[in-house]
Write a protein that binds this ligand. Structure first.
Ligand SMILES: CC(=O)N[C@H]1[C@@H](OP(=O)(O)O)O[C@H](CO)[C@@H](O)[C@@H]1O
Ligand SMILES: [Mg+2]
Length: 563
């Protein structure tokens, strides 16, 4: 009876969100993404999916409506799992099938079959909870309603609207709620600002005396991050933050000539910044504030910037954390403590100079395919795992086991004669980092505060930080091809397996240039093949990339390659 009611409810509500004619959707690296005006049926179905996922896991699930750094007319939707991470990959084929079901009958059929296969408690026997968030895109409001309809089409499921949020805020809320911890936006802001204050209080006095530059100017991409940073700014002291491209009327369009993606890819001064900011520490968030890069405008006449990308943020965090661990483990009372495993996770896009630098520090560096779901999973295998994509998405993960040990150790140090010792302070710093930096996903706001705290601790200017190592010149191009899946890669995307012969050519071309390195892979978010090349000079990197583009175009292409 209950099942009958469930079926007719789903049929009824699904028929209100018909699939647009000729549309095809695919749950890619960043969920579903498309022109916002054709996404209502997809977001409705993502609501159904999220409710089923919540029934299956018995936990709260997140549904975020955003298209990150895409143009303002686009939108998208992604699902967060109970731990705050991306939805388990095993469910992606079902997500695709749901999104593309031609009508409500087919949709119902798919749901009923999947519920049976997955043994999902269906028909009201269990309750489900989906936390909803959206960014500032104009299409978001209507899409949020579509998501609510999808969730409400599953009996027992409740939609909780958490409002306009950054993507990482929603992921944080899902994780916190499922851990039984406070999980509102003000809780997020309170935790982040409190742990930042704690780190700032632990900055060595002699370094404060150097009176390091506290001025920071942030490009908010005209997205949700700017407004949130304005809120956060009121809760932190010790920094002089001003926010540009806040998205307020008259300041410009979302992601247009601004934001972390633009700044990282184009390496030019973003809109709203000019000669007034020469030498000032600047940062860019992307449209949903899960990516962060820093930059420096070198001279008044310069259109180009000095980019401080995700690799360098990672390197800064790695240096800091390694230093704290070295201090912590130096004391005699560390003898009976289990050794800590610190791991660095990068992708093939990491600049070769960053990998060489990290290895020189004696750190363990491993590679995964592109996409945070791979990096995150790998980083979670360590006691402390630091991961970043070059584009600025990343975080620092602490294992539960390491953290509980560290808390006990810190308490021991506090009660013994070591209170206030360097060793005690190192423990407190690491604990504060674990509170500050988002444990669910990469988070531009908390990442930014950690960068700022570490720079203060080190007494480093942005220039000094940038000089940690010098990036090898690189070039990224893309090629339109008939079928991007014709390219199959291995070894964390560094080697082409298919079509055969391609890798040999890439090797031969790379070998022609000092420090030449090149790889190609099918994009997970666009219908293209990406080509990345680096070498000791910009000319060599450009020429290497171009020669591989021509080859890919010849073998697979539509004759239509571009940057
Ligand atoms: C070279 C590059 O920047 N690739 C990006 C891009 O993926 P592609 O699969 O390369 O299209 O979007 C992903 C999602 O935002 C991000 O994780 C990834 O780093
Ligand atoms: Mg983003």
């Amino acid at each position: 009876m209950a099942e009958e009611k469930q079926r007719s409810l789903l049929l009824d509500s699904a028929s209100r969100f018909p699939l647009p004619h000729g549309a095809r959707f695919s749950y890619g690296t960043a969920g579903f993404r498309s022109e916002g005006s054709i996404l209502a049926s997809t977001v409705y179905r993502a609501g159904v999916l999220a409710a089923l996922r919540s029934l299956k896991t018995g936990s709260a699930i997140g549904l975020m409506i955003t298209a990150s750094h895409n143009p303002v007319s686009d939108n998208g939707v992604k699902i967060a799992d109970p731990d705050g991470g991306m939805m388990v990959q095993r469910w992606e084929p079902f997500a695709d099938a749901l999104a593309n079901a031609p009508d409500s009958e087919h949709l119902l059929h798919l749901v009923v079959r999947f519920v049976e296969e997955e043994n999902i408690p269906f028909g009201g026997v269990q309750s489900a909870e989906v936390l909803l968030g959206r960014d500032t895109r104009p299409s978001g409001e209507a899409l949020l309603e579509a998501a609510k309809h999808g969730i409400n089409a599953i009996i027992g499921a409740v939609a909780i609207d958490m409002g306009v949020l950054t993507t990482p805020q929603l992921h944080w809320m899902v994780r916190s709620r499922n851990k039984g911890m406070v999980a509102s936006e003000s809780d997020y802001l309170a935790q982040v600002s409190k742990s930042f204050r704690c780190l700032m209080d632990l900055v060595p006095r002699e370094r404060i005396a150097d009176s390091l530059d506290t001025e920071l100017v942030v490009d908010g991409a005209n997205g949700v991050g700017g407004d949130k940073l304005e809120q956060l700014k009121k809760m932190v002291t010790g920094l002089d933050i001003s926010v540009k491209n806040t998205g307020k009327k008259g300041e410009g369009m979302l992601n247009e000539s601004c934001g972390a993606d633009y700044v990282q890819k184009e390496k030019v001064v973003p809109s709203g910044f000019g000669p007034d900011y020469v030498g000032v520490r600047c940062a860019s968030l992307d449209g949903d504030a899960d990516r962060l890069v820093y930059f420096l405008i070198p001279s008044a006449s310069s259109k180009n910037i000095d980019l401080i990308d995700g690799d360098k943020i990672l390197s800064l965090f790695a240096v800091f954390i390694k230093e704290q661990l070295d201090v912590l483990y130096k004391g005699s009372d560390s003898n009976n403590k289990p050794p800590v495993r610190l791991g660095i996770v990068q992708t093939a896009y990491a600049n070769g100079a960053s990998t060489a630098y990290l290895k020189r520090l004696g750190l363990e560096v491993v590679f995964t395919p592109t996409g945070v779901k791979y990096l995150h999973k790998k980083a979670a295998e360590y006691d402390i795992g630091i991961y970043f994509e070059a584009n600025g998405h990343g975080t620092v993960l602490f294992s539960e086991n390491f953290l509980s040990g560290l808390e006990c150790w810190s308490n021991e140090l506090a009660s013994a004669s070591s209170v206030g010792s360097e060793q005690h302070k190192a423990a407190l710093r690491l604990l504060a980092v674990s509170q500050l930096i988002n444990q669910a996903v990469g988070d531009a706001l908390s990442g930014l505060l950690l960068v700022e705290a570490v720079l203060q601790y080190m007494g480093w200017s942005i220039k000094r930080w940038n000089e940690l190592y010098q990036d090898l010149p690189s070039r990224q191009l893309k090629v339109k091809v008939a079928d991007r899946n014709a390219v199959v890669t291995a070894n964390a995307e560094t080697q082409v397996v298919k079509p055969s012969g391609l890798q040999e050519f890439i090797d031969a071309e790379s070998g022609k240039h000092p420090h030449g390195r090149c790889f190609i892979r099918p994009s997970g978010t666009e219908d293209i093949i990406r080509v990345y090349a680096e070498a000791s000079t910009q000319e060599a990197a450009d020429s290497l990339a171009r020669s591989i583009v021509q080859l890919v175009d010849r073998v697979l292409g539509s004759g239509n390659s571009h940057q």
